[in-house]
Design a protein around this ligand. Structure first.
Ligand code: EPU
Length: 337
Protein backbone atom coordinates (compact mmCIF):
# COMPACT_ATOMS: atom_id res chain seq x y z
CA UNK A 1 0.00 0.00 0.00
CA UNK A 2 3.04 2.28 0.07
CA UNK A 3 2.17 3.17 -3.52
CA UNK A 4 -1.17 4.68 -2.51
CA UNK A 5 -0.11 6.82 0.45
CA UNK A 6 1.72 10.15 0.34
CA UNK A 7 4.00 8.88 3.13
CA UNK A 8 4.86 5.98 0.82
CA UNK A 9 4.44 3.62 3.75
CA UNK A 10 2.27 0.56 4.33
CA UNK A 11 2.46 -3.21 3.71
CA UNK A 12 0.26 -5.27 1.39
CA UNK A 13 -3.53 -5.47 1.13
CA UNK A 14 -5.33 -8.81 1.08
CA UNK A 15 -7.41 -7.50 -1.83
CA UNK A 16 -6.98 -4.20 -3.64
CA UNK A 17 -9.65 -2.85 -5.97
CA UNK A 18 -10.02 0.40 -7.83
CA UNK A 19 -13.61 1.61 -7.94
CA UNK A 20 -14.64 4.06 -10.66
CA UNK A 21 -18.31 3.27 -10.31
CA UNK A 22 -20.50 4.06 -7.32
CA UNK A 23 -22.82 1.05 -7.69
CA UNK A 24 -19.93 -1.33 -7.84
CA UNK A 25 -18.28 0.33 -4.84
CA UNK A 26 -21.43 -0.05 -2.75
CA UNK A 27 -21.81 -3.67 -3.82
CA UNK A 28 -18.21 -4.47 -2.87
CA UNK A 29 -18.54 -2.88 0.53
CA UNK A 30 -21.85 -4.69 1.10
CA UNK A 31 -20.31 -8.05 0.23
CA UNK A 32 -17.33 -7.46 2.47
CA UNK A 33 -19.63 -6.44 5.32
CA UNK A 34 -21.69 -9.63 4.89
CA UNK A 35 -18.58 -11.76 5.31
CA UNK A 36 -17.11 -9.56 8.05
CA UNK A 37 -14.13 -8.72 5.90
CA UNK A 38 -12.47 -5.51 7.10
CA UNK A 39 -12.74 -2.61 4.64
CA UNK A 40 -10.35 0.28 4.10
CA UNK A 41 -11.44 3.08 1.79
CA UNK A 42 -8.60 5.08 0.30
CA UNK A 43 -8.88 8.42 -1.47
CA UNK A 44 -5.66 10.34 -2.05
CA UNK A 45 -3.86 8.46 0.74
CA UNK A 46 -2.62 11.75 2.17
CA UNK A 47 -3.90 11.29 5.70
CA UNK A 48 -3.17 7.61 6.22
CA UNK A 49 -0.49 5.82 8.19
CA UNK A 50 -0.72 2.13 7.32
CA UNK A 51 1.12 -0.55 9.30
CA UNK A 52 4.09 -2.39 7.82
CA UNK A 53 1.95 -5.55 8.01
CA UNK A 54 -0.49 -3.95 5.62
CA UNK A 55 -4.24 -4.50 5.71
CA UNK A 56 -5.79 -7.95 5.96
CA UNK A 57 -9.01 -7.13 4.15
CA UNK A 58 -10.50 -5.23 1.24
CA UNK A 59 -8.83 -1.98 0.24
CA UNK A 60 -10.94 0.05 -2.16
CA UNK A 61 -9.37 2.98 -3.97
CA UNK A 62 -12.13 5.51 -4.53
CA UNK A 63 -11.81 6.73 -8.11
CA UNK A 64 -15.35 7.88 -8.93
CA UNK A 65 -15.39 11.03 -11.04
CA UNK A 66 -17.80 13.77 -12.00
CA UNK A 67 -18.71 17.34 -11.08
CA UNK A 68 -22.22 18.68 -11.45
CA UNK A 69 -22.96 22.42 -11.28
CA UNK A 70 -26.36 24.01 -10.69
CA UNK A 71 -27.26 27.64 -10.20
CA UNK A 72 -28.58 28.58 -6.80
CA UNK A 73 -30.21 31.98 -7.06
CA UNK A 74 -28.51 34.94 -8.74
CA UNK A 75 -25.29 34.77 -6.73
CA UNK A 76 -24.76 31.17 -5.81
CA UNK A 77 -23.90 27.75 -7.23
CA UNK A 78 -24.39 24.25 -5.94
CA UNK A 79 -21.49 22.04 -6.93
CA UNK A 80 -21.64 18.29 -6.41
CA UNK A 81 -18.34 16.47 -6.77
CA UNK A 82 -17.92 12.71 -6.69
CA UNK A 83 -15.76 11.40 -3.87
CA UNK A 84 -12.85 10.35 -6.11
CA UNK A 85 -12.36 13.79 -7.65
CA UNK A 86 -9.02 15.38 -6.84
CA UNK A 87 -9.47 18.08 -4.21
CA UNK A 88 -7.04 20.63 -5.56
CA UNK A 89 -8.45 20.30 -9.09
CA UNK A 90 -11.80 21.30 -7.62
CA UNK A 91 -10.22 24.28 -5.84
CA UNK A 92 -8.45 25.36 -9.04
CA UNK A 93 -11.73 25.15 -10.93
CA UNK A 94 -13.57 27.07 -8.21
CA UNK A 95 -11.02 29.87 -8.39
CA UNK A 96 -11.21 30.06 -12.17
CA UNK A 97 -15.03 30.01 -12.19
CA UNK A 98 -15.40 32.64 -9.44
CA UNK A 99 -16.84 30.22 -6.89
CA UNK A 100 -15.97 31.68 -3.51
CA UNK A 101 -15.17 29.78 -0.31
CA UNK A 102 -12.41 27.18 -0.81
CA UNK A 103 -9.62 29.35 -2.26
CA UNK A 104 -7.61 29.18 0.99
CA UNK A 105 -7.79 25.38 0.82
CA UNK A 106 -5.48 25.36 -2.21
CA UNK A 107 -2.72 22.80 -2.51
CA UNK A 108 -4.11 20.27 -0.06
CA UNK A 109 -3.43 16.75 -1.28
CA UNK A 110 -6.22 14.18 -1.38
CA UNK A 111 -9.69 13.56 -2.71
CA UNK A 112 -12.97 15.43 -2.36
CA UNK A 113 -14.65 12.55 -0.52
CA UNK A 114 -12.05 12.65 2.24
CA UNK A 115 -12.51 16.33 3.01
CA UNK A 116 -15.68 16.11 5.15
CA UNK A 117 -14.27 13.26 7.22
CA UNK A 118 -11.81 15.37 9.17
CA UNK A 119 -13.34 18.70 8.12
CA UNK A 120 -10.22 19.70 6.21
CA UNK A 121 -9.09 23.22 7.00
CA UNK A 122 -6.25 25.64 6.41
CA UNK A 123 -5.52 29.36 6.31
CA UNK A 124 -8.77 30.37 7.93
CA UNK A 125 -11.18 28.20 5.93
CA UNK A 126 -12.61 24.75 6.49
CA UNK A 127 -14.83 22.66 4.25
CA UNK A 128 -17.64 22.77 6.83
CA UNK A 129 -18.11 26.45 5.85
CA UNK A 130 -19.19 25.55 2.30
CA UNK A 131 -20.47 21.97 2.48
CA UNK A 132 -24.23 21.87 2.04
CA UNK A 133 -24.59 18.10 2.27
CA UNK A 134 -22.76 14.80 1.98
CA UNK A 135 -24.16 11.76 0.19
CA UNK A 136 -22.98 8.57 1.80
CA UNK A 137 -23.57 4.84 1.87
CA UNK A 138 -24.55 3.86 5.40
CA UNK A 139 -23.10 0.44 6.10
CA UNK A 140 -25.36 -0.02 9.11
CA UNK A 141 -28.70 0.50 7.33
CA UNK A 142 -27.30 -0.51 3.92
CA UNK A 143 -28.86 2.57 2.36
CA UNK A 144 -27.59 5.61 0.53
CA UNK A 145 -28.59 8.84 2.22
CA UNK A 146 -27.88 12.53 2.22
CA UNK A 147 -26.56 14.12 5.43
CA UNK A 148 -27.08 17.84 5.90
CA UNK A 149 -24.19 19.99 7.10
CA UNK A 150 -25.63 19.95 10.64
CA UNK A 151 -25.98 16.17 10.59
CA UNK A 152 -22.26 15.87 9.77
CA UNK A 153 -21.51 17.40 13.22
CA UNK A 154 -18.40 19.24 12.05
CA UNK A 155 -15.87 20.72 14.43
CA UNK A 156 -12.09 21.34 14.33
CA UNK A 157 -10.63 18.47 12.27
CA UNK A 158 -13.59 16.31 13.23
CA UNK A 159 -16.99 15.05 12.11
CA UNK A 160 -19.52 12.29 12.60
CA UNK A 161 -17.67 10.32 9.91
CA UNK A 162 -14.38 10.45 11.79
CA UNK A 163 -15.95 9.47 15.10
CA UNK A 164 -17.73 6.46 13.58
CA UNK A 165 -15.19 5.43 10.95
CA UNK A 166 -16.71 2.10 10.01
CA UNK A 167 -20.20 3.38 9.31
CA UNK A 168 -20.18 5.56 6.20
CA UNK A 169 -18.65 5.57 2.75
CA UNK A 170 -18.76 9.10 1.37
CA UNK A 171 -20.04 9.03 -2.23
CA UNK A 172 -20.25 12.71 -3.15
CA UNK A 173 -20.13 16.13 -1.56
CA UNK A 174 -22.32 19.12 -2.41
CA UNK A 175 -20.88 22.58 -1.80
CA UNK A 176 -22.70 25.87 -1.87
CA UNK A 177 -20.49 28.67 -3.12
CA UNK A 178 -21.32 32.30 -3.60
CA UNK A 179 -20.19 33.70 -6.94
CA UNK A 180 -17.77 36.59 -7.21
CA UNK A 181 -14.16 37.42 -7.93
CA UNK A 182 -13.17 38.35 -4.38
CA UNK A 183 -12.26 35.82 -1.73
CA UNK A 184 -13.97 35.26 1.60
CA UNK A 185 -12.62 37.72 4.19
CA UNK A 186 -9.03 36.70 4.98
CA UNK A 187 -9.01 35.08 8.41
CA UNK A 188 -5.42 33.91 8.90
CA UNK A 189 -2.72 36.32 9.96
CA UNK A 190 0.12 34.72 8.00
CA UNK A 191 -1.95 34.73 4.82
CA UNK A 192 -3.06 38.32 5.32
CA UNK A 193 0.57 39.35 5.80
CA UNK A 194 1.71 37.64 2.64
CA UNK A 195 -1.11 39.32 0.68
CA UNK A 196 -0.37 42.70 2.18
CA UNK A 197 -4.00 42.75 3.30
CA UNK A 198 -5.72 43.25 6.63
CA UNK A 199 -7.58 40.50 8.44
CA UNK A 200 -11.17 40.63 7.19
CA UNK A 201 -10.24 42.07 3.80
CA UNK A 202 -11.29 40.36 0.54
CA UNK A 203 -8.79 39.99 -2.27
CA UNK A 204 -8.98 38.42 -5.75
CA UNK A 205 -9.44 34.64 -5.63
CA UNK A 206 -6.42 33.94 -7.84
CA UNK A 207 -4.14 35.97 -5.56
CA UNK A 208 -5.30 34.04 -2.51
CA UNK A 209 -4.72 30.73 -4.26
CA UNK A 210 -1.21 31.76 -5.31
CA UNK A 211 -0.31 33.08 -1.85
CA UNK A 212 -1.55 29.91 -0.14
CA UNK A 213 0.36 27.69 -2.57
CA UNK A 214 3.52 29.70 -1.86
CA UNK A 215 3.03 29.47 1.91
CA UNK A 216 2.35 25.74 1.72
CA UNK A 217 5.37 25.15 -0.48
CA UNK A 218 7.54 27.00 2.04
CA UNK A 219 6.34 24.55 4.70
CA UNK A 220 6.85 21.44 2.57
CA UNK A 221 3.07 20.97 2.42
CA UNK A 222 2.75 20.69 -1.36
CA UNK A 223 3.52 17.22 -2.72
CA UNK A 224 6.73 16.99 -4.72
CA UNK A 225 8.17 13.55 -5.56
CA UNK A 226 11.69 15.04 -5.59
CA UNK A 227 11.42 16.59 -2.15
CA UNK A 228 11.45 14.26 0.85
CA UNK A 229 10.19 17.08 3.04
CA UNK A 230 6.82 16.52 1.35
CA UNK A 231 6.70 12.75 1.91
CA UNK A 232 4.35 13.18 4.83
CA UNK A 233 0.73 13.05 5.93
CA UNK A 234 0.68 16.82 6.50
CA UNK A 235 0.30 17.81 10.12
CA UNK A 236 0.92 14.71 12.21
CA UNK A 237 -0.80 16.05 15.33
CA UNK A 238 -3.88 18.21 15.81
CA UNK A 239 -3.50 21.54 17.56
CA UNK A 240 -4.44 20.97 21.20
CA UNK A 241 -7.53 22.77 22.50
CA UNK A 242 -7.00 23.36 26.21
CA UNK A 243 -9.19 24.60 29.01
CA UNK A 244 -8.21 27.97 30.46
CA UNK A 245 -6.20 26.51 33.37
CA UNK A 246 -4.09 24.25 31.21
CA UNK A 247 -3.49 27.08 28.77
CA UNK A 248 -2.41 29.41 31.60
CA UNK A 249 0.40 27.05 32.56
CA UNK A 250 2.03 27.27 29.12
CA UNK A 251 4.91 29.73 28.65
CA UNK A 252 3.86 33.31 27.90
CA UNK A 253 5.13 33.17 24.34
CA UNK A 254 3.17 30.03 23.38
CA UNK A 255 0.57 30.73 20.67
CA UNK A 256 -2.96 31.14 22.02
CA UNK A 257 -6.10 31.21 19.87
CA UNK A 258 -9.26 31.71 21.96
CA UNK A 259 -12.16 29.49 20.83
CA UNK A 260 -15.86 30.43 20.85
CA UNK A 261 -16.44 28.06 23.80
CA UNK A 262 -13.83 29.81 25.98
CA UNK A 263 -11.15 27.18 25.52
CA UNK A 264 -7.76 28.03 24.01
CA UNK A 265 -6.20 26.43 20.98
CA UNK A 266 -2.42 26.32 20.98
CA UNK A 267 0.06 25.23 18.33
CA UNK A 268 1.33 21.66 18.20
CA UNK A 269 4.22 22.79 15.98
CA UNK A 270 5.27 25.37 18.55
CA UNK A 271 5.11 22.86 21.42
CA UNK A 272 7.18 20.36 19.44
CA UNK A 273 9.76 22.96 18.45
CA UNK A 274 10.05 24.24 22.02
CA UNK A 275 10.26 20.78 23.56
CA UNK A 276 13.58 20.29 21.82
CA UNK A 277 12.45 18.81 18.52
CA UNK A 278 13.55 21.37 15.99
CA UNK A 279 12.72 21.15 12.29
CA UNK A 280 14.68 18.27 10.77
CA UNK A 281 14.90 16.35 14.07
CA UNK A 282 15.19 12.59 13.61
CA UNK A 283 17.26 9.99 11.82
CA UNK A 284 18.38 9.35 8.29
CA UNK A 285 15.13 7.52 7.57
CA UNK A 286 12.47 9.47 9.43
CA UNK A 287 12.63 13.04 10.55
CA UNK A 288 10.53 16.11 11.16
CA UNK A 289 10.29 18.08 7.96
CA UNK A 290 13.13 20.58 7.68
CA UNK A 291 10.42 23.15 6.82
CA UNK A 292 7.79 22.48 9.51
CA UNK A 293 8.04 20.74 12.85
CA UNK A 294 4.53 19.27 12.62
CA UNK A 295 5.14 17.08 9.56
CA UNK A 296 6.80 13.70 10.06
CA UNK A 297 8.54 12.62 6.87
CA UNK A 298 9.78 9.43 5.25
CA UNK A 299 13.20 10.19 3.77
CA UNK A 300 12.79 7.36 1.27
CA UNK A 301 13.49 4.08 3.04
CA UNK A 302 11.55 4.31 6.29
CA UNK A 303 9.15 1.80 7.81
CA UNK A 304 5.88 2.72 9.45
CA UNK A 305 7.23 1.49 12.78
CA UNK A 306 10.17 3.89 12.54
CA UNK A 307 7.81 6.75 11.78
CA UNK A 308 5.62 5.82 14.75
CA UNK A 309 8.69 5.60 17.00
CA UNK A 310 9.51 9.19 16.13
CA UNK A 311 5.89 10.19 16.68
CA UNK A 312 5.91 8.58 20.14
CA UNK A 313 9.19 10.26 21.05
CA UNK A 314 7.80 13.66 20.04
CA UNK A 315 4.46 13.11 21.78
CA UNK A 316 6.13 11.94 24.99
CA UNK A 317 8.72 14.74 24.91
CA UNK A 318 6.02 17.39 24.53
CA UNK A 319 3.99 15.85 27.33
CA UNK A 320 6.98 15.79 29.65
CA UNK A 321 7.92 19.39 28.89
CA UNK A 322 4.46 21.01 28.72
CA UNK A 323 2.00 18.49 30.20
CA UNK A 324 0.03 18.45 26.94
CA UNK A 325 -0.60 15.14 25.22
CA UNK A 326 -0.65 15.47 21.44
CA UNK A 327 -3.16 13.44 19.44
CA UNK A 328 -2.43 12.14 15.96
CA UNK A 329 -4.27 13.78 13.10
CA UNK A 330 -3.84 11.19 10.31
CA UNK A 331 -5.77 7.94 10.48
CA UNK A 332 -3.66 5.04 11.77
CA UNK A 333 -4.46 1.70 10.13
CA UNK A 334 -3.36 -1.46 11.95
CA UNK A 335 -1.13 0.66 14.15
CA UNK A 336 -1.27 2.67 17.35
CA UNK A 337 0.82 5.41 18.88
N1 EPU B 1 5.64 26.83 14.45
C1 EPU B 1 6.78 26.46 15.09
N2 EPU B 1 7.67 25.64 14.44
C2 EPU B 1 7.44 25.20 13.17
C3 EPU B 1 6.26 25.57 12.51
C4 EPU B 1 5.37 26.39 13.17
O1 EPU B 1 7.03 26.84 16.22
O2 EPU B 1 8.28 24.44 12.65
C5 EPU B 1 4.64 27.63 15.19
C6 EPU B 1 4.67 29.07 14.85
O3 EPU B 1 4.53 29.80 16.03
C7 EPU B 1 3.44 29.26 13.98
C8 EPU B 1 2.50 28.22 14.59
O4 EPU B 1 3.35 27.14 14.94
O5 EPU B 1 2.93 30.52 14.09
C9 EPU B 1 1.43 27.72 13.64
O6 EPU B 1 2.03 27.19 12.46
P1 EPU B 1 1.24 27.18 11.07
O7 EPU B 1 0.70 28.52 10.78
O8 EPU B 1 2.11 26.56 10.04
O9 EPU B 1 -0.03 26.29 11.33
P2 EPU B 1 -0.25 24.92 12.10
O10 EPU B 1 -1.17 25.22 13.24
O11 EPU B 1 1.00 24.21 12.39
C10 EPU B 1 -2.41 24.31 10.81
C11 EPU B 1 -2.97 23.07 10.19
C12 EPU B 1 -2.40 22.85 8.80
C13 EPU B 1 -2.70 24.08 7.97
C14 EPU B 1 -2.10 25.29 8.64
C15 EPU B 1 -2.45 26.58 7.92
C16 EPU B 1 -3.54 21.57 12.00
C17 EPU B 1 -3.15 20.35 12.77
N3 EPU B 1 -2.69 21.93 11.04
O12 EPU B 1 -1.03 24.08 10.99
O13 EPU B 1 -3.08 21.75 8.25
O14 EPU B 1 -2.21 23.93 6.67
O15 EPU B 1 -2.61 25.42 9.98
O16 EPU B 1 -3.78 26.85 8.15
O17 EPU B 1 -4.60 22.13 12.23
C18 EPU B 1 -3.01 19.38 8.02
O18 EPU B 1 -4.05 19.35 8.67
O19 EPU B 1 -2.45 18.32 7.59
C19 EPU B 1 -2.38 20.66 7.77
C20 EPU B 1 -1.22 20.78 7.11
Amino acid sequence: LAQVTTLRLGGPARTLVEETDEESLIERIGLADETDEPVLLVGGGSNLVIADDGFDGLVALIRTRGIDVREDGPDGVLVTAQAGENWDDLVARAVSEDWVGIEALSGIPGSVGATPIQNVGAYGQQVADTILSVRAYDRRTRRVGELTNAQCEFSYRDSLFKRDPRRYAVLSVTFRFSVGDLSMPIGYRELAASLGAAIGERTPLQRVRRAVLDLRRGKGMVLDAEDHDTWSAGSFFTNPILDADAAASLPDDAPRFPQPDGRIKTSAAWLIDHAGFAKGYGTERVRLSTKHALALTNRGSATTEQLLDLAREVRDGVEKRFGVRLVNEPVLVGAEL
